[in-house]
Design a protein around this ligand. Structure first.
Ligand code: WQD
Length: 339
């Protein structure tokens, strides 16, 4: 049995689908603070299997202990549960430190009770800040965090590393995501922001469907090809598959040392305007957008050197930017019941 915390969320639900497709039995813990119970129906519609589900907040230590007492056969954990809005983290730092770090500590305490524990941690390229060299390798220095959210990812990695150093029975892999986008090709699951989206792609699709009036492009005076920021946009299904191969690496004891880090991206950078052009190409829609001032905290460029994941995990992203934008659009139309 594999535990997926935050398995009702965007990346978590896509990972549950890929785990089930590989024959794993899955239990989800989620407090449904940023997702809906209907995600279970979407997962089942794709795989034909309904994961076990416990609505639980990982900060409730005793309930987490009860969970592990009930499910004694957890052989691996993929930990997605966390608050992840950069802007919100600046306004509510304590919420982020409590939710993202206390929960991690309680989870690790339970894992250390096992004779062998395998742990996959959802980290982020945000730990690199504005990297000095591009593409960004795992050896790039971790820069001072620009937000409490980013800090919780850095601290989370350090906590795990410190524990792995003195607990050989715990093996962990931290996966540093670049920019996850898109939705499952079936349009049964996808990104479902409950608030006004902070991220580019859901704002694009919500503007095109008429939920938002206009997309603000945060700055076109950056030192890049077209003046807009560059990111590495990776299809969420590619990202989900990388979690399965990472877990398998630990389950099969193929890991090199008991703490490893991998960048997960396409290795290709795309500008904001290129993402908009991709959307217009695949949707046939004309997007209403306006160039506005820069957004504080944005790095100019971030895209991954994927050599390590390609070679060691034998994983490579397969979907293109157009594939991702097409799936994001199909999902947006599905959830807004528009044709
Ligand atoms: C991408 C580009 C914006 C919205 C963040 C987190 C990262 C991860 C992904 C969680 C930037 C521009 C955006 C808009 C815009 N989150 N943009 N108008 O900031 O690269 O990464 O989300 O793990 O940790 O830091 O992603 O999608 O917010 O922005 O012009 O309405 O799109 O300026 O250049 P970001 P993003």
């Amino acid at each position: 049995m594999i535990l997926v915390t935050g398995g009702m969320g965007y990346i978590g639900s896509h990972t549950v689908v890929e785990l089930q497709s590989e024959g794993y039995e899955v239990a989800i813990i989620d407090n449904l603070s940023n997702s809906s119970i209907t995600v279970l129906d979407g997962i089942e519609a794709i795989t034909g299997q309904r994961p076990f589900f416990e609505q639980l907040d990982l900060r409730e230590k005793s309930k987490l202990q009860d969970f592990f007492a009930k499910y004694g056969n957890i052989e691996g954990v993929i930990h997605f549960s966390a608050s992840k809005a950069v802007g919100e983290s600046v306004k509510k730092p304590l919420l982020y430190y409590e939710n993202n770090l206390n929960a991690l500590v309680y989870l690790l305490q339970e894992l250390l009770k096992k004779s062998k524990a395998n742990f996959i941690f959802s980290s982020s390229c945000t730990v690199y800040g504005q990297a000095d060299e591009l593409p960004i390798t795992e050896g790039a220095p971790v820069k001072p965090a620009e937000s409490p959210y980013g800090n919780t990812k850095q601290i989370g990695e350090e906590i795990i590393q410190d524990i792995c150093n003195v607990n050989p029975n715990l093996s962990a892999i931290a996966l540093r995501y670049f920019n996850p986008i898109g939705a499952h090709p079936s349009a049964q699951i996808g990104e479902f922001p409950l608030e006004v989206p902070q991220n580019l792609v859901p704002f694009i699709t919500q503007t095109a469907i008429g939920l938002r009036k206009q997309l603000s492009v945060f700055g076109n005076d950056y030192p890049t090809t077209d003046g807009t920021c560059i990111r590495d946009y990776i299809h969420v299904v590619d990202l989900a598959k990388a979690h399965v191969v990472s877990l398998q690496r630990l389950l099969e004891n193929k890991n090199d040392g008991n703490y490893e880090v991998f960048n997960l991206g396409t290795g290709k950078g795309s500008s904001v305007l290129e993402v908009i052009q991709s959307f217009e190409r695949v949707s046939g829609e004309q997007l209403n957008f306006k160039i506005m001032n820069r957004r504080r905290g944005d790095v100019v460029q971030a895209y991954a050197d994927t050599t390590k994941a390609n070679k060691i995990l034998r994983w490579i992203s397969k979907y293109s930017l157009d594939d991702a934008m097409r799936s994001a659009w199909e999902w947006e139309k599905k959830i807004r019941n528009s044709n």
